[in-house]
Ligand binder design. Structure first.
Ligand code: SAM
Length: 239
């Protein structure tokens, strides 16, 4: 937790907030903070600044809050990701959030197991919890939007072309002939496949929707590795 993210419910006055639970424990055990110390804070979807600890008890920390800075710029990216297995999904969601992804689309694909869609990690409180961890890690405040699309074909045929608009669109697919561009730094839609990869029909449909298939070299990376590699290749701002 490099920044304590404050929700509306944490505020007791416009410049006072209470930290309880995980965040208070983190203050004490990891940051070893004491009364009088200042810690970085940010208001969900708002500004960042600092919180001075004016009271620290066994159950809560009271902060005098000053919010005077804007959060870092978001990535100009819509990330379309075949739904990963639950354990990996949690990590990828935190990582994508920490990297500055604000628009995440979770998509079905032939090699996505049906059971993946049943995971409790897709319920809103769990999504929020993991995005909070990503934002607190990266020192950001702006919560990503997560869109769930359990049908591949209608999404790719009807929604994806509109989502792409006049942006660059890529599908990361091992074994294609075009290397993934570097330093693109432009509004982009990026599709990433499931653990078993997109099948040829799906790559064809994504290409018809306007995506160019690109590769990252001979090594096949796990989704959780491919996401940061792709993002840092495409956007200088995240490194
Ligand atoms: N056997 C699968 C295949 O060949 O497509 C491997 C899939 S990989 C574990 C999961 C996803 O990460 C891929 O669908 C792709 O989007 C991305 N990926 C991983 N390594 C890649 C590479 N070398 N080039 C392009 N994309 C890659």
């Amino acid at each position: 937790m490099n920044l304590a993210l404050l929700f509306e419910s944490d505020f007791t006055a416009p410049d006072r907030a209470l930290l309880t639970g995980r965040r208070r424990v983190h203050l004490e055990t990891v940051l070893r903070a004491a009364e009088g110390d200042r810690i970085p804070v940010g208001q969900v979807n708002g500004k960042m600044g600092h919180g001075e600890i004016i009271r620290l008890t066994e159950t809560e920390a009271e902060l005098a809050v000053t919010l005077n800075r804007h959060p870092p710029a978001p990535l100009p990216l819509s990330l379309v990701m075949a739904m990963p297995r639950p354990k990996m999904f949690r990590r990828v969601l935190q990582t994508a959030t920490a990297l500055g992804v604000k628009d995440l689309w979770l998509l079905n694909a032939w090699k996505v197991e049906k059971s993946f869609w049943q995971t409790p990690w897709l319920e809103q409180p769990a999504l929020t919890e993991n995005m909070v961890l990503g934002l607190e890690q990266a020192m950001d405040t702006v919560m990503p939007e997560v869109h769930i699309r359990k049908l591949f074909k209608p999404f790719v045929e009807d929604e994806l072309p509109r989502l792409i608009g006049d942006r660059t669109a890529l599908v990361a697919h091992p074994g294609t002939s075009t290397p993934c561009p570097t330093h693109l730094n432009a509004p982009t839609v990026l599709c990433i496949g499931p653990e078993g990869g997109f099948i040829p029909y799906e790559v064809e449909k994504l290409e018809q929707a306007g995506c160019q298939a690109v590769h990252l070299g001979q090594r096949i990376l796990r989704v959780e590795t491919a996401v940061p590699v792709l993002v840092s290749r495409l956007f200088d701002g995240c490194v």
